[in-house]
Design a protein around this ligand. Structure first.
Ligand code: PMP
Ligand code: GLN
Length: 378
């Protein structure tokens, strides 16, 4: 048997979460909340299950949920989307990303992506016969070098992938970035895959720059979102893709054979839950408090936090503590000091190691305080 992904092992998130469990470490590695989700939405799922909504949902998603999403998008980004043809509900953003790539990438097509990049992007491109072209975000702020982008476009370039707010760096794209992207995408007729799963986790009064805010850009883009992030329910695996009807009909061709549809009672519950704006509009404040708490707690330590303007991840440099590679540092921190983090080099195709660790602050204050008590002693 010849592997299609010979260089791929178990995902770092699985590796570090297991290491944390095996060694009794506080797990700030894999991105997921350690607190309960809202009881109201659990009750809604229960209600729809009891009311017999337990069979296949429509392939593109429950109608009520697509309508609710269209309403939220209109309100948030001032962008009118047709719930029938321009939204597809998917089992997490991961499947949306895979289906979009499967729908448009032909053998040998090049896809531009920026390292550090989320772990599913590169394998999704390669499994579909595409060629990932890894660019680096600029240090120290992890911004995009648009001249570099221009210089890497070839006749084979078909797609560019962006992620804002960004995992793992917490960087966010600006209006200038989106306008530059728009002009490049239009000039070279590129599709844009915009991973916006952390759209609401954005801090310090900064507005999220969705591709959906820019009509000419939106006409060539597919944006992906995740209820796992928005409602603290990563285990539910429900997300969605948004894009123009002509593109979305292609995405649905792939989606219908990869997943077909998403579990029905959860979709109906989400549709109902979305009717109350405060369920999602308060999220930025909620996580900003956690970020600020974490930053405050880590202050007295030798770890140096980098800027984080969004997502629920905080990068820290450990140069003042150790010079060992980040993978070894993460392992030592987990096994010896009992705090688990993610080494950032794993998000680089060329394994660039800037001696940075990623901590997830989507945790109870007591969890963050316990972890920082340890980190301050290093
Ligand atoms: N993109 C990014 C940047 C993510 O951080 C995640 C979740 N970790 C995903 C996509 C996948 O989201 P989901 O769990 O909804 O598949
Ligand atoms: N997105 C999560 C993170 O970055 C992990 C998701 C996963 O385990 N696949 O930590």
């Amino acid at each position: 048997i010849s592997s299609r992904l010979p260089d791929v092992g178990t995902s770092i998130f699985t590796v570090m979460s297991k290491m944390a469990l095996d060694h009794g470490a506080i797990n700030l590695s894999q991105g997921f909340p350690d607190f309960s989700i809202d009881r109201k939405i659990i009750d809604l799922v229960h209600r729809y299950m009891l009311e017999d909504h337990n069979q296949y949902a429509p392939m593109p998603g429950a109608v009520a949920l697509r309508q609710a999403i269209a309403g939220v998008i209109q309100k948030t980004y001032g962008h009118a989307v047709d719930a029938d043809t321009e939204i597809t509900v998917t089992p997490g953003a991961t499947e949306a990303i895979f289906s979009i790539i499967a729908a448009f990438i032909h053998a040998g097509d090049e896809v531009l992506l920026f390292d550090p990049s989320y772990d599913s992007y590169d394998p999704a491109i390669r499994l579909n016969g595409g060629v990932p072209v890894h660019l680096h975000l600029r240090q120290p702020d992890f911004s995009i070098d648009w001249d570099d982008v221009r210089s890497r476009i070839t006749k084979r370039t078909r797609m560019i992938m962006i992620n804002t707010p960004h995992n793992p760096t917490g960087a966010v794209l600006t209006e200038h970035d989106l306008r530059t992207l728009e002009s490049i995408a239009l000039e070279h007729n590129l599709l844009v895959l915009s991973d916006e799963v952390y759209e609401r986790l954005i801090y310090d009064g900064v507005a999220h720059q969705s591709v959906l805010r820019y009509p000419a850009l939106a006409a060539q883009s597919l944006a992906v979102f995740s209820f796992g992030k928005t409602f603290h329910a990563t285990g539910w695996k429900v997300g969605y893709a948004v894009g123009p009807a002509a593109l979305m009909s292609e995405v649905r061709k792939a989606h219908q054979f990869i997943a077909f549809s998403v579990n029905t009672p959860v979709q109906l519950a989400l549709a109902e839950y979305l009717k109350t704006p405060e369920h999602y509009e308060t999220l930025g404040n909620f996580y900003q408090q956690k970020r600020d708490f974490f930053l405050d707690q880590i202050k007295g330590s030798s770890f140096e936090p980098r800027a984080c303007r969004g997502s629920y991840f905080q990068l820290v440099s450990y140069r003042n503590i150790s010079s060992q590679p980040d993978v070894a540092m993460a392992e030592e921190l987990t096994k010896k000091f009992k705090v688990a983090a993610i080494p950032v080099s794993v998000f680089y195709h060329d394994k660039t190691d800037n001696r940075l660790l990623r901590f997830c602050f989507a945790k109870k204050e007591e969890t963050l305080a316990q972890a920082c008590n340890i980190l301050r002693k290093l």
